[in-house]
Design a protein around this ligand. Structure first.
Ligand code: M6R
Length: 607
């Protein structure tokens, strides 16, 4: 949420900042701005709109400025509306900064400052933070940052410049992520590795409470006690091409098509002698022993991956699993002890509510395992154990490949867990692994369904409401299909357990209301077909997604999408591609910006 970047040392930092902001734009696109030293002054250029608007403004108003040190920001508005004044960077006295996060006690701090006669010009919590730091500043930047941050409550990642300390950026964070690197082009820091990857594949994560001082020659990190700290260097396995569109109109389509590769990268290293194996991840089997309940917690799409995980773990391990929305779970005084295994799932590894749920579980003595895509992210670092998904960078706000690989890791957990506690034999586990690898071929095959789904999508663009129906695994998958559709097409949609519809919601089914029914599970196939009959006889326009073996009465639906042959247990991997395509083509047909849907940002680092 909000993209931030700081860069010192390059010849034209304005250009470097704007290029960096373009890669970070998926984190927020309400407004954008940069501030940089030119001569001995700090100059700020900011505007509502996308980074391209900022680029035009910089070219018009600051094209000739010489600048080798600066900070940049692309905003997802929280406090204060979308306006030039509320855009970042913000300046108070000698302090200019950019911020990712929310300062929760900004009102009390503002009242204190106003008593001293200092008033803000924007409506943002960020300007108040700048004022607090300036108020604490008497010539020692690190002392001022330390004193000021002790007063701040909430989440923040700040990049700060002091007008009397040229060519230097200070950074500090709590909650919100910051990654940094020193390269032959100077020092660079950002909220996400995608802004650094064109300079380097090696980076460190700034720890909470540490302060980084960045100049063109070096980055010095100091811990809470002011001692110099040598950060752990991480390496990414993907390169700059992975973070580019590569000829596709949208990242989302590129990422849908990358799913077979992402699945192979995630599954293959965890098959040893044909069996599921986490030893290369250093995940000890002890984590699966003496567990009497499992809680899976996550947000949005990651939570939907958890729903599938619950089904698989309960089915194979016969241990109760609950799936909790992280923002609810953390405030419900949840019951956990040392026999509880808490599994968090997160693409970014930085989602504020998921991180808070993890911290709560640790306080209460639960064992913690996370499924995370971004290496070195907060959730990964703070969990007892982590299983990384290997999706590569996911840039589109709508999650696709990250979801599929999360689901694959949940399957692997179910298989390994069941094997360890003796619920399945080695030969059964090996069969499951073979089936899972075969499923990757089916995912590859279903990618060719694009034109079929595109034609069907054209019939959905005028709909006001669309319903998804499923039972069991298909219901869990429908939740994700519905979220994907509403997120990028702005059409209201709901996913329903097919048997539940007649307990109220069926009153909304009238002539031509689209219903997408997912029916891949043989054990409940006849039941969902009856539910489809119920909506059909009330006039619904039915799109039916079935397994290859299903024989369907043609009068039952307007369109049938028959999936490539797959074992039903693995059908979610294949069916999800159809639902992703459906959302994608409806949004494209409506002329919407698929990768940057309104009001959303990729990484939600505030509550
Ligand atoms: O980074 P995370 O996986 O923790 O993010 C959780 C959700 O914000 C995310 O899955 C969101 O729902 C997706 N953008 C939806 O496509």
């Amino acid at each position: 949420m909000c993209g931030i970047i700081g860069h010192v040392g390059v010849d034209d930092v304005k250009k470097a900042l704007i290029n960096g902001l373009q890669t970070l734009e998926y984190r927020g696109y309400d407004s954008a701005g940069i501030a940089y030293f030119t001569g001995d002054k700090i100059k700020t250029v900011k505007t509502v709109g996308k980074v391209s608007c900022l680029k035009d403004k910089v070219n018009k108003t600051a094209g000739n400025d010489l600048a080798t040190c600066g900070v940049g920001h692309t905003r997802w508005a929280t406090h204060g509306g979308v306006s030039d004044t509320n855009s970042h960077p913000h300046t108070a006295g000698k302090v200019t900064l950019i911020h990712n996060g929310i300062i929760e006690n900004y009102k009390e701090l503002q009242d204190e400052l106003e008593e001293k006669g200092v008033t803000p010009i924007s409506q943002t919590d960020t300007e108040i933070a700048a004022m607090v730091i300036n108020d604490c500043y008497t010539g020692n930047p690190e002392a001022a940052i330390r004193k000021a941050t002790a007063k701040l409550e909430g989440a923040y990642g700040f990049c700060i410049m002091f007008s009397d300390i040229p060519e230097t950026i200070y950074a500090v964070r709590n909650g919100s992520p910051l990654v940094a690197a020193h390269t032959d082009k100077g020092s660079i820091i950002a909220s996400d590795m995608v802004a650094l990857v064109s300079y380097t594949k090696h980076y460190f994560v700034l720890k909470e409470g540490h302060i980084a001082k960045m100049t063109k020659d070096e980055i010095i990190v100091r811990d809470e006690n002011g001692e110099v700290y040598g950060p752990h260097i991480h390496h990414i396995s993907w390169d700059v091409a992975a973070a580019k569109k590569g000829g596709y109109d949208y990242f989302m389509m590129k990422e849908i098509r990358e799913q077979p590769e992402a699945l192979l990268n995630t599954i293959r290293p965890r098959i040893v002698n044909g069996l599921p194996d986490f030893s290369a991840d250093n995940v000890s089997d002890d984590i699966f022993k003496n567990v009497d309940r499992i809680i899976i917690t996550a947000c949005g799409t990651a939570m939907h991956a958890g729903l599938i995980g619950k089904n698989m773990i309960e089915r194979l391990c016969r241990i109760p699993v609950t799936v909790e929305i992280a923002s609810e779970f953390r405030y419900q005084n949840p019951i956990m002890d040392e026999n509880t295994l808490l599994i968090t799932i997160s693409q970014s590894g930085e989602t504020a509510d998921t991180l808070a749920a993890l911290r709560l579980a640790k306080e209460r003595g639960a064992k913690t395992l996370s499924v995370v895509n971004v290496k070195g992210s907060s959730i990964a670092r703070e969990s007892d154990y982590v299983l990384y998904t290997h999706a590569g960078p996911e840039i589109a706000v709508a999650s696709t490949k990250a979801y599929t690989v999360q689901v694959s890791v949940m399957y692997l957990i179910a298989f390994r867990f069941a094997l360890i506690i003796g619920k399945i034999s080695k030969s059964e586990a090996a069969d499951y692994m073979n089936m899972m690898m075969d499923t990757v071929d089916s995912v590859d095959k279903v990618l060719s369904y694009d034109s079929q789904v595109e034609n069907i999508a054209k019939r959905l663009t005028k709909a006001n409401d669309i319903f998804f129906l499923g039972r069991g695994l298909d219901y869990s998958l429908s939740c994700e299909g519905s979220l994907k559709l509403k997120e990028i097409s702005y059409i209201h949609s709901e996913a329903y357990a097919a048997g539940e519809l007649k307990h109220g919601t069926i009153s909304l089914i009238t002539d031509n209301v689209p219903v997408i029914a997912v029916a891949t599970q043989p054990d409940v196939y006849a039941k969902i077909i009856s539910n489809v009959q119920e909506v059909r006889s009330r006039g619904a326009m039915v799109i039916l997604v079935t397994g290859a073996e299903a024989s369907v009465d043609t009068a039952l639906c307007d369109h049938q999408i028959v999936l490539p042959e797959t074992d039903p247990l693995f059908a979610p991997f294949v069916a999800t591609v159809v639902l992703q395509y459906l959302a994608y083509y409806v949004a494209v047909e409506k002329g919407l910006n698929v990768d940057q849907p309104r009001n959303l940002a990729k990484s939600v680092t505030v509550e």
